[in-house]
Design a protein around this ligand. Structure first.
Ligand code: NAD
Length: 392
């Protein structure tokens, strides 16, 4: 018989909506969505009304009524809510990134000039508190990195495991033409710049595949050892010639980044993240192994290729995330959520919580990603000097 789990959602914004969509598709667990909490009363009540669930007036009240809670809030609140759940033995599904650095509390805080050694120390302290709380809890963290569950990455995992491949080099990217969120652009709200917000996706997929390779080859998980990072603010350059297609005016964050990672076995990954790429979302990871080469197209894919001579024909048609125009050739995504891995991650999380099934995207993977990214910020402050990475 299917186990029944009571579900709560914290946050009522973008991620909360797609999490709610994804839990409708769970097969192996009987999901009982009971409520939502977010600080603005009208927002939580509207979210609850539209979905036939209850609006709670505190996060703690909702957590106590649940078995599993979706942490769909800004990064500054991830640790706080994850700890509140773990302390009560409730499973937190934590959105990416698991943690970040949201300033020193001062109004004048600027992430671009704040000393990155202090930032790195602070994120390690945060990771330490999260992992310690998890070790004391009856529950565990379910880390919502959808790239791990994207079908393209899972197929590549199978190829690596079954063919005994050694990955020599990976390169990947997440990019588009800029977030529309008004708070994005402020380090104190986002916890970091584009290297964190977007870079965490391809990076975590690369770290995951390298772990899987090591396990399949009997060596145990292979972790990242050192990183060289560079960050830039291209849209803030005095010479940036704005044509109106790319967002600018970020307050104190990077809009272009690269991490060059060396793993414990000396092999490599290069991860790009940026807010300056036109043509819609550009999410991909390429794997160069000793016995094969794979290009994982997360989004867009060429599952569908459409030519549309006039923008207005497609006025009511969703094509693909962040596309600038629907005219001409495009790659409409018939199942964008599925190709992104959203329903698959939720199925896996609920099975892990209900039946203790092994978990692909856990707190250790999440922590290795954060440790790598903030080591890369320290490296960037030193014009790309190599920085060793603490592993989790
Ligand atoms: N996996 C993905 O592809 C993906 C996509 C988008 C966002 N995210 C992640 O989801 C998280 C939320 O992002 P979003 O786009 O939904 O943001 P959003 O601004 O749309 O929604 C954030 C929600 O959190 C609520 N909130 C703010 N402070 C809170 C507090 N103290 N306690 C409880 N709730 C609070 C807000 O009221 C709002 O409802 C972020 O960590 C983001 O990185 C992931």
């Amino acid at each position: 018989m299917k186990k029944r789990l009571r579900t709560g959602i914290i946050g009522s914004g973008f991620a909360a909506s797609f999490h709610f969509e994804a839990i409708q598709k769970i097969h192996e667990v009987d999901v009982d969505p009971i409520g939502v909490y977010s600080p603005t009363r009208e927002h939580r009540e509207a979210f609850a009304r539209a979905r036939g669930i209850k609006a709670f007036d505190s996060a703690e009240g909702l957590i106590e009524a649940c078995d599993i809670v979706h942490v769909c809030v800004p990064v500054s609140m991830h640790e706080h809510i994850a700890l509140a759940a773990l302390e009560r033995g409730i499973y937190p599904i934590v959105e990416k990134p698991i943690t970040g650095f949201c300033g020193d509390g001062s109004e004048s805080f600027r992430g671009d000039i704040y000393p990155k050694r202090k930032v790195l120390d602070a994120v390690h302290e945060s990771l330490g508190r999260i992992i310690e709380a998890e070790s004391r809890s009856q529950a565990h963290i379910l880390y919502a990195e959808n790239w791990v569950y994207a079908p393209a990455i899972q197929k590549e995992r199978e190829i690596i495991e079954k063919s005994g491949a050694q990955i020599l080099w990976m390169r990947g990217e997440e990019a588009h033409s800029g977030s529309h969120s008004s708070t994005y652009g402020y380090w104190k709200h986002s916890g970091g710049g584009v290297m964190l917000g977007k870079g965490c996706h391809p990076l975590t997929a690369a770290l995951y595949l390298k772990r899987k390779e090591g396990i399949a080859r009997g060596k145990g998980p292979i972790h990242p050892q050192s990183v060289t990072g560079r960050i830039h603010s291209l849209t803030s350059l005095p010479d940036f010639s704005d044509k109106g297609h790319i967002r600018k005016n970020y307050h104190d964050i990077d809009d272009f980044s690269i991490m060059h990672i060396e793993f414990q076995d000396g092999t490599l990954a290069d991860i790009f993240a940026s807010d300056i790429i036109l043509g819609g979302i550009h999410n991909w990871l390429e794997v160069a192994a000793n016995n094969h080469r794979t290009i994982c197209n997360i989004n867009p894919t060429n599952i569908l290729q459409t030519y549309n001579p006039l923008e207005e024909y497609f006025r009511d048609i969703y094509v693909v995330e962040k596309t600038g125009t629907k005219q001409g050739w495009s790659n409409p995504s018939p199942e964008e959520d599925f190709l992104n891995g959203f329903p698959q991650e939720m199925e896996a999380f609920y099975r892990s919580a209900a039946y203790d099934e092994p978990l692909e995207s856990d707190s250790s993977l999440a922590a290795d990603a954060i440790s790598t990214i903030f080591s890369a910020y320290l490296s960037a402050e030193q014009d790309g000097a190599k920085v060793d990475i603490r592993n989790y």
